[in-house]
Design a protein around this ligand. Sequence first.
Ligand SMILES: Nc1nc2c(ncn2[C@@H]2O[C@H](COP(=O)(O)OP(=O)(O)OP(=O)(O)O)[C@@H](O)[C@H]2O)c(=O)[nH]1
Ligand SMILES: [Mg+2]
Length: 340
Amino acid sequence: MAINPNFHAPEREHWNVPALAEGIRRGDRSALARGITLVESDLSTDQGAAAELLTKLQPEPSDQPSSFRLGITGNPGAGKSTLIEALGTHWSEAGHRVAVLAIDPSSSQHHGSILGDKTRMEMLGKATGAFIRPSPSAGALGGIHSQTSEVIQLFEAAGFSRIVIETVGVGQNETAIQGVVDFTLLVALPGAGDEVQGLKRGVMEAADLIWVNKADGAHKAAAEQAAGQLRQALGLFNRADDQHVEVLVGSALDQASLTPLWDALDRGLRWGWASDRTVERRRAQKRTHMTRRIQAGLWSEALDQGQSVLAELEEKVANGELSPTEGALEFLRHLSAKHR
Ligand SMILES: Nc1nc2c(ncn2[C@@H]2O[C@H](COP(=O)(O)OP(=O)(O)OP(=O)(O)O)[C@@H](O)[C@H]2O)c(=O)[nH]1
Ligand SMILES: [Mg+2]
């Protein structure tokens, strides 16, 4: 059976927001699942209830944040989901409540990973009580759905303390993951030179830690070689925050090789809190998030109010009757005249 993750049945539900908020705070899984559906909804009729839910679940400014938001990115098939399965198990055994948002690369049409992921992640969910949520990435750059931050807020309201966002490192804006997490793990493959070249500078700069995966069997030497090249490449960047980015090598299928990775994530988590970097990042992320929502809102309002004028101007600009700048200014004048 084919699953179209972009298909949303029209939501006819009348949202009982107070009950939903209460359920989520209690950690009720079905309330959480419905809450996520609500905040991810594109329906204009859902926007009011979504905003109300988020307001109800907004943490007090005085609340001590206690979660770790980890982004895992990397090329298709690098082993992200396999690693998350192992990490989720590790964290659950250590007593943490783990939630995973796996952003489906549904638009990138590659080797039908959605079903495979779903089964694997389901096993993790069943075995450990982790909450696993696949999410469509349609319409968003970098595999980051515009509502990813809101979903994270719901996870935290429901008491999850370890939050993992899986996103495929393809597309134009693959560093968008940085905008929603505390720490980014890049999963690379032992393709030696090719692999390093294939990783765009942006992804390298966004990574807080790099893991060269699949260092097993015949790939072991190539993995070490790739790690060496990655370390060298990293040496060429000057990170704004002077952070030292470690490059580790191992195999998601070899438990023993994963311990240094778990330790490095733990160090990253503790360093983020101790140095205030996490607090600063989250402050900056919230500001940017608001700005983006304003931009999106203004744009959709502009379209509502001036679609036909815009179409006329686009035609004139395309024909060379107006320069793009003149066209833009003309459109803005039209909008502000309407607002007067
Ligand atoms: N040999 C080996 N295979 C691995 C390793 N990690 C993952 N795999 C295999 O690689 C394939 C892809 O793994 P996934 O975990 O689905 O990779 P992914 O990065 O989540 O893939 P997408 O979500 O499709 O981008 C699966 O067949 C895994 O079993 C590893 O360390 N060694
Ligand atoms: Mg995956």
